[in-house]
Design a protein. Sequence first.
Length: 303
Amino acid sequence: MPNVFKYDFIKEAEKRFGNLKKLPQSLSLFDLPNEIARIYIRYSKVHGGNKSFYGLRDEDLKQLEGFNSFICFVWDTQKEPLFIPFSEFEDIFQELTPASDGQYKLQIYHQPDQNELYIAKAGRFNVESFFGWKYFEEKIDTSQIEKIPDFSHSQIQTLIGTIGINKGFDIWIPLIDRNKLDWNISKRFDCVNDLPTRYEKIRGIIKEIDVIWIKRGSSDLQAMFEVEHSTPIYSGLLRFNDLHLLEPNLKPRFSITSNYLRKALFLRQVNRPTFKSSGLSELCNFLEYKDVFSWFNRTRDKI
């Protein structure tokens, strides 16, 4: 790890929390004062295709277990550090086998509208809600923990639509759902009245997608979200798979959005042979309701 990036990160952490304590037998594991949190710092420069590459040592991850732990991803063009709560992904790593060098291989895809974490042999995950020192401070201060409301399907559509608006996209939500959007949790926004004509071949499929972000002033579909509140996750994956097979050059970010109890089900389903064969397993990520809420608050704060 280039010393300048690790040094700058540690310097900022100590400015905010006090001296860090380095754990033995690791160059990247640290405890914050009074053991309020344990952090695992990983650095990569951004490579071609706007991707950064990371290896997580199995022996280091074992030292995160049982603590309020975070994997801190740093890269050279970064504006805010990324703090991934280890508890959110601990079950996933336990199901995987590290590579021959004892490391789990990860990538972060840096896109203008969202960043995605890719874990080899597991899948993609939206990580937009995990950015910034403010987020980290709230996670280690129990008095600042944000209570997550019990959201409905329509409320999640409202939040995702608002995030898209805040990021400068046009929004498509199915006509039948628009009168159910909850304007008590968000400012009202307008949806586009029709889908771009270039997608006539797949119109019957995409018009049913719960939320679509469309690049403003163009016909480019940037991101698609299926909110699987009570419906089977498999049905959303099939819809995405149909789109991918019919229009293989259409490569928006596909997201299955649901509550945390369904993450394990998503991982089992997306890694079925049919989705691995088509390539969807490499394109589709999972986004939890609580992360939608945090992402919504983060984009709202920047306006």
